[in-house]
Structures are given as C-alpha cells and as structure tokens.
Design a protein around this ligand. Structure first.
Ligand code: FES
Ligand SMILES: [Fe+2]
Length: 428
C-alpha cells in the first residue's frame, strides 16, 4: 500500500479498495476462540517490541518480558560482546522460570555475569550456554553443550528491541517494518532518554483500546475538557489531515495547533499549571534543541508534508505505537493481551535529559496531561467491551476518519486466516 494525498473531493478509504466500505463486525474482540487463534497467528509470529537499548546500558544488563499472549517469558540481555540477545526464560533442567523478581509473575531487570536457576542451581552464561550442573556426574551422558538456553530471534531498529517467537520468522525485522516505518530511520530517539512510564490492566480486548487511540473522531467529544478538543467545535468535529497505510502498519499525522499558544489565545480551560510551567498535552511550549527542527528530521516523520505539523502516530503491527511530537519528544503505547477481554496497557514518555528543574517540571506536566487523556480514553473501554459482548448488534458502520480501525481489524483477520489456511494445508 503506497502513499496518497487525499484529493479535494473524495475520501481516504477509496484509496484502499481492499478495505471496502461495508459495515464491520467486532466478533474478533469478543471471542475466546478467536483469541486462541490470534495468540498463535499473531503474537507467536510477529516481531514484537519489548524495550529500548537504553534499558541495557552495559554488558550483562538484562530484563525479562512476559508475553502472556504467546505463553512466553523472554530474557533480553546485552552479551559480553555488546550484542543484544534474547532467550526463553526457561531452565533446561526441569522447566523452571529462571529469572523473576519477588514472584514468578513479576518481571526482573538488572545486571549479572551469569544466570542461576533458583531450583537446582544450573548456571547459564550471557551467551545462553549451560556452564554448571550441580552433581553433574549423577546425570546420564548429559552434554552441557546440548542444554543451553533456547534462543529467541531478536533484532534492533533505531534502538527499539524486537523479538520474534517464531522458530523461523518469515521476514527480517526491517522487511516486517516496511518503508513507512523505516522512513523514521535517523530520528534522534537516542537523545530522548528521560523516561516516565505508566501501566494499567484494562477490561477490554486489546484491539478495542488500540482502536480508541487510532482515530480522532472521538476527540472533541470524549476529551472536551482538554485543549486540543476545545479548539474544535462539537458540531464540526476534528478532521485528521493525513493517513497512510503500509502493509500491516498505519500512520496518522495531524497538523494544526501545536499546543503552543502563539497566534491563538490560550483556551480558557487551560489548567493553571500549564500556564505556569509553559507545558501541556502537546509538550513543553519551548523547544530549543536544533536536532528536533523539522528540517533536520527524516522526511518519513511527516510524509504528508503538513504545515504546521504536530504529531505523527505510527501504529506498528500488532501492538506497538509510537507518537512523535513536533515539540521534540515521543510517547509509546503497548497493548499486551492477557485474555480475549483483558489486556495490560503500557504508556511511556521519552524526553530529552532535563537541564534544569523547570525542564523536568514541564516534562512531568506533559506526561500527567497526556496520561489524563489516556485515562479518559480508557474509561469508555469496559463499556464498549460490554456492549459488544452483549452481541445484540453484529455489524457496525465506520467513517472515513476511522479508516485505521477498518484496516487494523482486516489485518488481524488476514493474519489469522493465513495461519488457519497454512495449518489446514499442513494437515491435508
Ligand atoms: S529446574 Fe532449573 S536447575 Fe532444576
Ligand atoms: Fe482519545
């Protein structure tokens, strides 16, 4: 799928005829059986972002990531040679989860030279090799070389660490990301290392929350208290000026107000802390770093050439979203399914290292305002899930402004169909 600019007359959806304009079903979001298929077709086969290289600052740094949808726990580490690697967090002796913190359900992170299983003390090196077996002579012809940790495919793009749980991934990470996402190559993510994170357990299918963040049709209604929406009329709504679809991924770019009251009078309902700190939902009002001038950034950041441009949201299939703001910072979301109608949601903010206390306060104000918007979105989800699960309505309309929702559910369906067909073919 290529890049299009919407004509003066017409709509986005017509550029992607394979999507159609029919009513859509959300049966994919209320079905335990469909979730079982998604687990195998998507979460066990797609490249999944599990963290950033800054989380592994030195040789021996590690963190674990539990991926419930794939029934997997992964150890991600920086080896003695400086390379980032991943292994299944499973002891080769009797299957114990090797690394955890406080409880086996809690992720671990830290630094070590080797991993020691808590059960019988087998030890593994940073290269995954089994180095020590207690009472090795009691085993029967055991060759330690055959019992290393099971490696997981792992690759890094622009500092984002991805894993793929498939035994033989069908695409490299770069092929999977495709031209639209890799159009961000060279963005200075490495300068944005001041991080704030939030997470929540949500009573909704993972796709329902992802949908809530991939259209702005709801913004003037659901976020009527917040600045962006307050500049739009309840009657006219909010129109996204640029969409792009590429393979399984989606891009939404918005222009308009940057959150900096330059030519506009600051909205009446601005919080006092925004005025005092000079920061808000869209970021700190001032941006001094020349690295974040649009001219210095990759053209893939604002492919619609919007002027003014404010945010580009890259929805990277299946569950990872990067929002890059004109004010020189970015935000990520991850949606980790835990059942057909629950998931864990993560929201992380990345800013430049603050040079002054005021910088730090501005970042915290932005993170807090943005989290508030996220909680407003989250508040509707339980209700949407309940409404869908009542199953009284089977088909729903989507507008042109919701093309991303239409595309996402189609891609999920396509991946599941491909998986089912491959397995039927293998059985035949
Ligand atoms: S299960 Fe790990 S050493 Fe026994
Ligand atoms: Fe929202």
């Amino acid at each position: 799928m290529g890049r299009f600019v919407k004509p003066a007359e017409g709509n986005w959806t017509e550029h992607y005829p394979e999507l159609g304009t029919d009513l859509v079903s959300y049966a994919d979001s209320i079905s335990p059986e469909f979730y079982e298929l998604e687990r195998r077709a998507i979460f066990s086969r797609a490249w999944l972002n599990v963290g950033r290289v800054e989380e592994l600052p030195r040789k021996g740094s590690f963190f674990t990531k539990d991926i419930a949808a794939a029934k997997a726990s992964v150890i991600v580490l920086r080896g003695a040679d400086g390379e980032v690697r991943a292994f299944h967090n499973v002891c080769r002796h009797r299957g114990n989860k090797i690394l955890w913190d406080h409880s086996p359900r809690e992720a671990a992170r830290g630094f070590c030279r080797q991993f020691v299983c808590k059960y019988h003390g087998w030890r593994y090196g940073l290269d995954g090799k089994l180095n020590f077996v207690l009472q090795e002579e009691e085993f029967f012809g055991l060759d330690k070389d055959d019992f290393g940790l099971i490696p997981v495919h792992c690759d890094v793009w622009e500092g984002f660490i991805f894993v793929n749980l498939d035994e033989a991934p069908r695409q490299t990470l770069r092929e999977f990301l495709g031209p639209m996402v890799t159009g961000l190559d060279g963005y200075p993510f490495h300068l944005l290392t001041s991080r704030f994170g939030f997470s929540a357990s949500v009573n909704a299918n993972w796709k329902i929350f992802l949908d809530a963040f991939q259209e702005y049709y709801h913004a003037p209604i659901l976020h009527s208290q917040q600045q962006v929406a307050s500049l739009r009329s309840f009657e006219t709504g909010f129109e996204v000026p640029y969409f792009q679809l590429d393979g399984p991924h989606r891009l939404i770019s918005t222009g308009g107000w940057k959150g900096v009251p330059r030519h506009l009078t600051p909205p009446e309902n601005m919080y006092p802390i925004e005025r005092i700190s000079q920061a808000g939902l869209m970021g700190p009002w001032q941006r001094e770093q020349p690295e974040f001038e649009l001219d210095a950034l990759p053209s893939g950041l604002n492919p619609g050439k919007l002027d003014p441009w404010s945010v580009s949201t890259f929805n990277i299939f299946p569950n990872f979203v990067i929002l890059i703001y004109e004010r020189g910072w970015y935000l990520t979301y991850h949606y980790w399914p835990t059942s057909y109608n629950t998931h864990d949601w993560e929201m992380d903010f990345y800013f430049p290292v603050p040079r002054t206390a005021s910088d730090r306060i501005r970042q915290e104000v932005t993170a807090t305002m943005s989290k508030e918007a996220g909680i407003q979105d989250m508040a509707t989800l339980d209700g949407t899930q309940q409404g869908l699960e009542s199953d009284v309505v089977r088909q729903y309309p989507l507008s042109d402004q919701e093309i991303t929702v239409r595309h996402f559910h189609k891609v999920v369906g396509d991946w599941v169909d491909d998986y089912v067909h491959e397995h039927e073919a293998a059985r035949a």
